[in-house]
Structure formats: structure tokens, C-alpha cells
Design a protein around this ligand. Structure first.
Ligand SMILES: CC(C)(COP(=O)(O)OP(=O)(O)OC[C@H]1O[C@@H](n2cnc3c(N)ncnc32)[C@H](O)[C@@H]1OP(=O)(O)O)[C@@H](O)C(=O)NCCC(=O)NCCS
Length: 231
């Protein structure tokens, strides 16, 4: 357990504990009132862009990732499981390439979702080094702030805030009727929570990541259960 956050000691928690699951991590569920946040977005973008300087450029789009960015973006997706805090949860490495990214986006769109993305590229190399994704369900439910990541070699330049502010501005232009966004962050993920809190996300719930360690005789290292993640 990370030592950060808490979940209710309710019937579900007692059931999980009675089955041998340990609470390893707590995610904060947060919501953003997009209308209330709108007035500050240009300022956040300008401040973050000034901190990032000329070394980075921004690309934004709605829908499938442009071919020339797909391989690098897939590489950033693979880093989510290694770079986002996992507390005591055992997390397997993931293999991503342009084909997996295309499959994921195709499935999301086939389910009626709209995808909005923002990426920062490193001007000197042309590589994508930071990304963020918003997913908009078809039926008007709240949008989801999905993964956000800045490559470890490019952190500390406010690129997380920059891509998020750019994508929220894109949301406002393309889908002005979307007024609520939900996201999930590990309670110990201070760098990501700092960005989200500044944007106006407020806590609305908590989600536990539970894991049961199997004895060697049972033939496994452990099994984990939680409700997914976001950024
Ligand atoms: C969260 C994240 C996107 C922020 O990256 P960023 O935009 O480069 O961060 P900032 O520029 O706002 O950094 C502010 C400060 O925090 C530091 N910082 C940023 N990320 C950090 C991290 N993961 N661990 C420790 N310190 C970090 C920066 O070095 C900077 O320090 P400084 O003020 O002393 O210079 C980045 O840490 C990341 O990609 N983490 C892994 C993926 C992840 O957790 N995604 C969210 C999943 S819910």
C-alpha cells in the first residue's frame, strides 16, 4: 500500500479482504466542470508554453493518430505501466506498436467514442515526447481524461499541463456541449494531481486497487483487480 488515500471499510472492502485481497493502491476519482475551467485555459496554456520554450511543438487532432506520429506515440503508451505509480500492485510490461495503437483507436471509435489528443514533439528530433487523450462517449455521459505521459527525459518543462490545456481548448472548440470530465489518478501521483488540481479537477470519489498473492503451489504470483486508470 502506498500509504496515500483511503477507501470506505464497507461490505465490498470486507469481502475483498476476507478473500485474501490486500488494498495496494488508492486512486482519486476527480471531476472537472469544463465551463468553470474554460476561462483559465488560455492562461495555463500560455504559461506552460513559455516554460516549455521553443524546444517543443504541439500537435492536436480529433480521431485516429496521424501515421507519422503513431510509432512514437505507441512507445509513450508502453511507458504508462512502467512510469505511472503502481504502489504495491504487480503490473506487467506492455508491448505497444503503431498497429496496437490503431486497433485501440479503431475499437474506441467503433464503440461510438470520439477521441481527442494532444502531443508535444521535441523539435530537434521530431519525436513525440508527451501526450494526453480525452475520450468522449457517444451518449453524452461525462468525457474521460485518459492517459497522460511525459517521457522521463523531458519532464519538468510543464509539458503535462501544456498538452492537457491544449486538448481541453480543442474540446471546447469541437464539443462545446461537453461540460464534465472524469479522471482517475493514484493518490501518490503528486506531479499529475498538481496539474489536474490547477486545472480545476475536484475529488469526487476513491477507488481501491486490490491484489491477492497466490501461494507458489497455486501456480501464480498474484492477481490484481481495479477499475482501470486515467490521467
Ligand atoms: C505527471 C507527468 C505527466 C508530469 O510531467 P511534467 O509535465 O513534465 O511535470 P511538470 O513540468 O509539471 O513538473 C513539475 C515538477 O515536478 C517534477 N516531476 C514531474 N514529474 C515527476 C515525476 N514523475 N516524479 C518526480 N518528479 C516529477 C518536475 O521535475 C518538476 O520539478 P521542478 O519544479 O523542481 O522543476 C509526468 O510525471 C509523467 O509522465 N508521469 C508518468 C505517467 C503518469 O503518471 N501519468 C499519469 C497517470 S494517472
Amino acid at each position: 500500500m502506498s500509504g496515500h488515500g483511503a477507501v470506505a471499510a464497507d461490505a465490498a472492502a470486507r469481502l475483498a479482504a476476507s478473500l485474501g485481497y490486500a488494498l495496494e493502491q488508492v486512486d482519486r476519482i476527480s471531476a472537472l466542470d469544463v465551463d468553470a475551467a474554460r476561462a483559465s485555459l488560455e492562461g495555463f496554456r500560455a504559461d506552460a508554453a513559455a516554460a516549455a520554450g521553443d524546444a517543443y511543438a504541439i500537435r492536436i487532432w480529433s480521431g485516429r493518430t496521424p501515421e507519422e506520429l503513431a510509432e512514437a506515440l505507441a512507445g509513450l503508451h508502453a511507458r504508462m505501466v512502467t512510469d505511472a505509480p503502481a504502489a504495491g500492485l504487480d503490473v506487467d510490461d506492455e508491448t505497444w506498436d503503431a498497429a496496437r495503437l490503431a486497433r485501440t483507436e479503431t475499437e474506441l471509435e467503433a464503440s461510438g467514442n470520439r477521441i481527442l489528443q494532444a502531443v508535444a514533439t521535441h523539435v530537434a528530433t521530431g519525436e513525440a515526447v508527451a501526450f494526453t487523450t480525452l475520450v468522449l462517449p457517444a451518449d453524452g455521459r461525462p468525457a474521460y481524461q485518459e492517459d497522460t505521459l511525459v517521457h522521463a527525459e523531458h519532464r519538468g518543462h510543464r509539458l503535462g499541463m501544456l498538452v492537457k490545456a491544449e486538448n481541453l481548448l480543442q474540446l471546447g472548440r469541437l464539443h462545446p456541449g461537453r461540460t464534465r470530465i472524469l479522471t482517475w489518478n493514484a493518490e501518490e501521483n503528486r506531479p499529475m494531481l498538481a496539474v489536474n488540481e490547477a486545472l480545476g479537477f475536484v475529488p469526487v470519489g476513491a477507488e481501491g486497487g486490490w491484489q491477492r498473492r497466490l501461494a507458489a503451489a497455486e501456480g501464480g504470483d498474484g492477481e490484481a483487480s481495479d477499475g482501470g486508470g486515467a490521467a
